[in-house]
Design a protein around this ligand. Structure first.
Ligand code: HEM
Ligand SMILES: CC(C)=CCC/C(C)=C/CC/C(C)=C/COP(=O)(O)OP(=O)(O)O
Length: 305
């Protein structure tokens, strides 16, 4: 009996004690880090000059805070399904370690301070566009699309693709076609990024009735879609060079990365082992990070007239 009580107490203690790590975890820090990198590249590519720190710092903080708030809201909205899926069952809100009300307060604090920073120190256009990214991800994608259609991430991917535009408008206060091209790059990259993981985690999604493509249309069909998107990404990847936005260093780097992505997708479709889907997912993250670093190097090492 006494051992039962102490086990319960131990469990309660383990479940209820919130630490700062839980708050940190619900911001999806690695995803936000990559989002912020793409915003930074958008800032740098918008001008041949250097970015004043008075714009750089509030932009990065504002975009980072609003993205983190969006990620935290995703944890709150998805509490139930996260607690059932193997990949997510140990998340702070899903386990009950972090009270959803505290998580909501934290998200509100991040969102308000991020918006205020952008609105007052950068410009209202960037503040409202970033806010629309939060609404797009936390509400349109998480609450509605994710549960409604297997094209959830193709449409919802727009929210995650928007940061280069946010960086661009932060510096120039205008929506330029070149910025939209950077958005298009991430928008085309997102389906193969996510569907590779969704193939690996298909049973998780089926268990909670989330209509991800491998669940609704099967693994083979999803693999074909991934392969086709990597072809599309290769074509979209040529555009920054073709419109005169980037130089040959970008062309070589982007083409090499996109061919590698295609090779992963080809293997996934025609010669997969147990781990090919996860390898493709992991590669997609390296791919996007390196692609944006190459854009940056190309911009500063080979400036265009
Ligand atoms: C709607 C669009 C997207 C969907 C559905 C999606 C989905 C996912 C999922 C389910 C994970 C696994 C997370 C985990 O295991 O905790 C993940 C990881 C990741 N995603 Fe995405 N993603 C999207 C867009 C993006 C974008 C736009 C970026 C960056 C620009 C990005 C960067 C990352 C990174 C860096 C990781 C690894 C996180 C880690 O290891 O903690 N994702 N993504
Ligand atoms: C303001 C702004 C630019 C916001 C960007 C929002 C943001 C954090 C986008 C990241 C996309 C992402 C990780 C989706 C996965 O959600 P999921 O619910 O499918 O994955 P999960 O099961 O791992 O939670």
């Amino acid at each position: 009996m006494s051992s039962n009580i102490s086990t319960a107490q131990a469990n309660t203690g383990a479940i209820k004690s919130t630490s700062w790590r839980d708050y940190y975890e619900i911001t999806k820090p690695r995803v936000v880090a990559l989002l912020v990198l793409t915003a930074l590249v958008g800032m740098c590519l918008s001008t041949p000059g250097v970015i004043a720190w008075q714009i750089l710092v509030p932009s990065i903080l504002g975009i980072g805070f609003l993205s983190s708030a969006a990620a935290a809201i995703n944890h709150i909205v998805d509490e139930r399904i996260d607690s059932v899926m193997g990949r997510t069952h140990n998340r702070p809100v899903a386990t009950g370690r972090l009270d959803p009300r505290n998580a909501a307060l934290f998200a509100m604090l991040l969102a308000v301070s991020g918006f205020a920073l952008l609105y007052s120190l950068v410009n209202p256009l960037t503040a409202w566009l970033t806010f629309s990214g939060l609404v797009g991800y936390s509400f349109v994608y998480t609450m509605y699309l994710k549960r409604a259609t297997p094209q959830n991430i193709t449409i919802g991917g727009l929210a995650g693709a928007i940061p280069p535009l946010l960086g661009w408008t932060a510096v120039t206060n205008e929506i330029h076609a070149n910025a939209l091209l950077l958005v298009l790059l991430i928008f085309t990259w997102t389906p193969p990024h996510f569907w590779a993981l969704a193939i690996h985690r298909k049973d998780d999604y089926a268990k909670v009735n989330i209509p991800m493509l491998p669940v609704t249309h099967g693994v083979n069909f999803t693999k074909t879609q991934i392969l086709l998107y990597t072809v599309l990404l290769f074509v979209v990847g040529l555009l920054p060079y073709l419109v005169g936005m980037s130089n040959w260093l970008y062309l070589v780097g982007a083409s090499a990365l996109n061919i590698m992505f295609f090779v992963y997708a080809w293997k996934l479709k025609f010669n997969a082992t147990e781990k090919t889907a996860m390898d493709t997912f992991k590669f997609s993250i390296v791919h996007l990070m390196v692609l944006f670093i190459v854009l940056l190097l190309d911009h500063y090492l080979l400036p265009l007239n």
